[in-house]
Design a protein around this ligand. Sequence first.
Ligand code: ASP
Length: 342
Amino acid sequence: MNALAFLIFLLLSGLVSAQESADPMPEILILTTGGTIASRTDAPLIAGPALVQAVPELLDHAEIKVEEFSVIGSSEMTPDHWLRLAKRINEIFTEKPDLAGIVITHGTDTMEETAYFLNLTVKHDRPVVLVGSMRSSNEVSADGPGNLINAVRVAVDEQAAGQGVLVVLNEDISAARDVWKTDNRRVQTFGASNVGHVGTVDPDGVRFYHRSLQPHTKDSEFDVSKIGVLPEVYILSDFSGIDQTVVTGFGRQAMDGLVIRTFAGGRMSKGMQAGLESIADHGIPTVVTSRVPGGRIVDAPDYAFPAVVSNGQQDNKARILLMLALATTSDLTEIQRIFDTY
Ligand code: ASP
């Protein structure tokens, strides 16, 4: 009996059903928020469903559902957007136990903030992958479609579960804790200063080489389900020659917490130190970060005011962690523990 006859025999005998042998495709939800990936150089941002319909190759990897969350550039993202997005993702994962993962299309300008906030507040270990592009959809060599396909490929890959929130761009996979935008123009803009990318998306498959070891998602202690408004945390950057009155004036703002972006190693100008000493009695929990992306502050100077020292988090991410910490405590020892943990 030749091969064809044998196959017909198997099909007729019901041993192999063409239907049974076809595994169902994993389901991925694409939450769209806006950004350059949804933009055209000569027209308004593309609405969510149209963005996805423009990339039919997505269907080679998953059954795709689309939900439009917002249609904004990511420079317009606010802590309220982060909070609502985290709550929506937790609600979706709870309601859809069979959903394989979520891909979020997002602007690259503040993608690292949204990714970091979600990394600390999504209470599930199924993949959440943020993706964007550096070129508009109608520019020559637009990078959006390829990035979106790669983001879905990562989201359906079984290695991606439990990795925390991920960012995919330019065939690189980055962990939310460490990713930052390093270039204003280049498609390889995302770097991860201390640890590098955690994996790659290659034509022959998704590869992971590292994982983020600090607690995230299900292992994070932060629960935003009952938070209506996040604490207000401001960032103040040191600069050569700053006058202490700049700091004292800033200190009169109504804020719940303060992040200082210092020179390397936590070292500050005399004006910044004098200013912070003068507002120390305001009791504003203050976190010191370094403007230098690599490494962390070790042996910080002996400040004449109470301060928490960041654990390598840059100012924009230290702000997010301080917001979440202040939602539960204002005790500096406890906040230092939180920074040393995450
Ligand atoms: N140029 C940005 C982007 O790459 C715009 C934004 O962040 O929304 O998406």
